[in-house]
Write a protein that binds this ligand. Structure first.
Ligand code: ATP
Ligand code: MG
Length: 551
């Protein structure tokens, strides 16, 4: 690292573990459940898990935590793989908890054999009631005293499909008086007839999260199993299972999940937005999904930068969405190709331009000395923005109005002479003279101008549609807002705007990032075609976060 950065608490633990020789190298994992598309919170976890391995010369497994067949799907598996790769990470092994179903079943049998698990016929409600409360111990029931032989036979029958869904469960026999509710004989297996996207109909019993996760870590020899704070109370059970089974001692460490302003961060809620049609799809550019952000034009670099800047916390907090926008702006400013697009046009006629037309050259990126230039056709009829003309200019108006002069970007200085209006009083055409000796880069006119306007040549312009996105929600802290989260959706989160663009855009590569001058950063939408060019606004040019930091 070029710059000395203090280690976060997980980095400190790993540094010690390596120094003490506890591990020769580390192995982390990213364990998504394939029940939805990944969101920016997952990006944080990905950057952390893969980042730690990279930093310390270790490896990372991608493990699908696919123990809940009803909600899981291969579509999600594929999207998760694509997203992790796109973020720039490579996994050592692609693993599935479902690949361990046989092994996990054997582990459960071992617990039964040690008298540490039993089959319970109680209903979910009865089990909940018998668990007691945080202040009162659980009571338990007669099933708890079943013999090992009986439990072995019943568990085998559960697996063989002799019982209906929910009729029986396998529970660990730990401590009904534990102050940690998770240790009060937690469920290990349930009966559920559901088609699994990998194991098909082979199984009708499925392990619970707590019985699958830690054991999967252990099977893979994960050294540092990093998860979010809500799993702290699960840690005792994680350790208990590993200890009782005498298997590889993986360890769990917890950090605060990412929360962000104006954003819902839960696959369940994001699925609702998709299913109920509040957004177009999982990759709708307004979604906080990695695929949505990719389609909107976010770069993987900027997302990694964001995850790096927010760091690792041990306490829940809420990160300002504008920090993410700041990161993407920083990156796009360096790489985006500059283009000119006019959204609300009025015609500008240059009366003394009798050349017909010419090709001018405009730099692609002033931030990049090797960025080169592009051809921009110029003629005597241009489109300019309606808001760049004022009939009776105010004192500090540096754009166009009768008697005022401005520079046309990468072209000439022009001076406005007159204008025309339609019957409703709207400006239709502005007339100006150009100064032939004021060409950009070779200006000898000596005319002082303060404003520079973007423009496109009317006869060369190509029509495009701009998707101007705004926040999907209109309240900052959705977790604290009372009521249904969907009541807080911003009705103006998408504005479709027709515009005229310079012709280069029709031939530019699909992967290119753009800055439309004075408008924002844009990226070609996946539904854009040669006949109908569509660009998504990734982020506006204005930079509120950086300003706030300077205060
Ligand atoms: P969701 O509630 O959105 O469904 P999840 O935690 O159930 O999220 P998983 O697929 O189980 O989703 O998560 C995979 C990994 O990503 C887990 O280790 C989880 O802790 C982590 N993760 C999920 N959400 C966040 C978040 N907001 N910030 C950081 N890490 C997260
Ligand atoms: Mg989950």
């Amino acid at each position: 690292m070029s710059e000395e950065k203090s280690l976060n608490f997980i980095e400190e633990i790993i540094t010690q573990d390596l120094a003490s020789g506890k591990y020769a190298s580390i192995l982390t994992r990213f364990p998504p459940e394939p029940n939805g598309y990944l969101h920016i919170g997952h990006a944080k976890s990905i950057c952390l898990n893969f980042g730690l391995a990279k930093q310390f010369g270790g490896k990372t497994n991608l493990r699908f935590d696919d123990t809940n067949p009803a909600k899981e799907d291969i579509e999600y598996v594929d999207s998760i793989k694509e997203d992790v790769k796109w973020l720039g990470f490579e996994w050592a092994k692609e693993c599935y908890a479902s690949d361990y179903f046989d092994q996990l079943y054997t582990f459960a049998v071992q617990l039964i054999e040690k008298g540490l698990a039993y089959v319970d016929d109680s209903s979910a409600a009865e089990i909940a009631e018998q668990k007691g409360t945080p202040t009162a111990p659980g009571t338990g029931n007669a099933f708890r005293n079943r013999s090992i032989a009986e439990n072995l036979a019943l568990f085998a029958d559960m697996k063989a499909g002799k019982y209906a869904d929910g009729e029986k469960v396998l529970r660990a026999k730990i401590d009904l008086a534990s102050p940690n509710m998770h240790m009060r004989d937690p469920l290990l297996y349930r009966i559920k007839r559901a088609h699994h996207h990998r194991t098909g109909d082979e199984w009708c019993i499925y392990p619970m999260y707590d019985f699958a996760h830690g054991q999967s870590d252990s099977i893979e020899n994960i050294t540092h199993s990093v998860c979010t704070l809500e799993f702290i109370p699960h840690r005792a059970l994680y350790d208990w299972c590993i200890e009782q089974l005498g298997i590889y001692p993986s360890h769990q460490y917890e950090f605060a999940r990412l929360n962000m302003t104006y954003t819902v961060m839960s696959k369940r809620k994001l699925l609702q937005l998709v299913e109920e049609g509040h957004v177009e799809s999982w990759d709708d550019p307004r979604m906080p999904t990695i695929s949505g952000m990719r389609r909107r034009g976010y770069t993987a670099d900027s997302i990694r930068d964001f995850c790096d800047r927010i760091g690792i916390a041990k306490r829940e907090n809420i990160i300002d969405l504008s920090l993410l926008e700041f990161c993407v702006r920083e990156h796009l400013n360096k790489i985006a190709q500059r283009r000119m697009v006019v959204t609300n046009p009025i015609k500008l006629v240059i009366t003394n331009y009798d050349v017909g037309e010419e090709i001018l050259h405009s730099e692609n990126n002033p931030e990049d000395p090797n960025g080169g230039t592009r051809n921009v056709p110029f003629s005597n009829e241009l489109w300019i923005e309606r808001e760049d003309f004022m009939e009776e200019p105010t004192k500090k108006y540096f754009r166009l109005g009768p008697g005022l002069s401005v520079r046309l970007k990468s072209a000439y200085i022009i001076s406005c002479e007159s204008f025309e209006k339609d019957a409703e009083g709207n400006i239709t055409t502005v007339y100006a003279n150009y100064h032939p000796n004021s060409k950009s880069g070779q200006d000898t006119s000596g005319i002082p101008v303060k404003g520079t306007l973007h423009w496109v040549s009317a006869k060369h312009a190509v029509p495009v549609v701009l998707n101007e996105y705004d926040r999907l929600f209109s309240v900052e802290d959705l977790a604290s807002a009372e009521g249904d989260f969907k009541d807080f959706m911003n009705p103006n989160s998408l504005k479709k705007v027709e515009a005229y663009a310079e012709p280069a855009l029709a031939n530019d590569a699909l992967v290119a990032r753009f800055q439309f001058l004075r408008k924002g950063y844009f990226y070609q939408d996946t539904n854009s075609t040669k006949d109908k060019l569509v660009f998504n606004r990734t982020v506006t040019l204005k930079d509120t976060w950086a300003k706030e930091q300077k205060k």
